[in-house]
Design a protein around this ligand. Structure first.
Ligand code: GTA
Length: 156
């Protein structure tokens, strides 16, 4: 059977606007990379928890937590690098959608980690997607309160 994982269009709907190469180069990186992106994580999930879950699919080479660029604290995503492509594919197949810290995590193929990609790119410092969310969970609410709303309240 032709693997779903051979067609770059089916690998990931995400396109990194900061990738500097061509579309072909992006597709090739996506097809060969051993790195996955993990999204929709709780801000309180630790590296140890991620390691525990993701090492079920194979030996992990490196893990990088996504951080809010202002507070330098976890902001709901991370990158996991495996030694083998097969393990990365298994992670997308079997770990995506599972619950970690009460949240269904999303595992996506990634073109490969580079220094700087660990920082949230949103204006507030966190992930861009969090700025468009309407289904705020306690993690995000706390972030909003500690960030701006808290200061407003203190002033009154
Ligand atoms: N492999 O799905 C992903 C992914 N995401 C969402 C982020 N990264 C991802 N990598 C893979 N797959 O290194 C990586 C980025 C970066 C780090 C932080 O995580 O490559 P970011 O989320 O802060 O910024 O990234 P990014 O990815 O540049 O933001 P982008 O592409 O504008 O938007 C991400 C998501 O936000 C969109 O897919 C959409 O769900 C939501 N979003 C963006 N704009 C809107 C809008 N106007 N309305 C509604 N939703 C929006």
């Amino acid at each position: 059977m032709a693997s779903l994982f051979k067609d770059p269009n089916k690998l990931s709907a995400y396109r990194d606007r900061r990738f500097s190469g061509t579309q072909e180069e992006f597709d090739e990186a996506l097809q060969n990379s051993t790195t996955v992106y993990v999204g929709n994580m709780s801000f309180y999930t630790t590296e140890e928890q991620v390691y525990e879950l993701f090492s079920r699919a194979g030996e992990i080479k490196k893990m990088i937590m996504g951080l809010d660029k202002n507070t330098k604290t976890p902001c709901g995503f991370c990158f996991v690098m495996y030694y083998s492509r097969e393990d990365a594919e298994d992670t997308v197949k079997y770990i995506s959608g599972t619950i970690l810290d009460d949240r269904p995590i999303r595992v996506d193929f990634d073109w490969g980690f580079q220094e700087g990609r660990q920082w949230g790119r949103g204006r507030s410092g966190g992930q861009v997607r969090d700025e468009y969310r309407t289904d705020y969970d306690p993690d995000i609410l706390l972030m909003l309160i500690l960030g701006g709303y808290g200061k407003l309240v203190q002033k009154e």
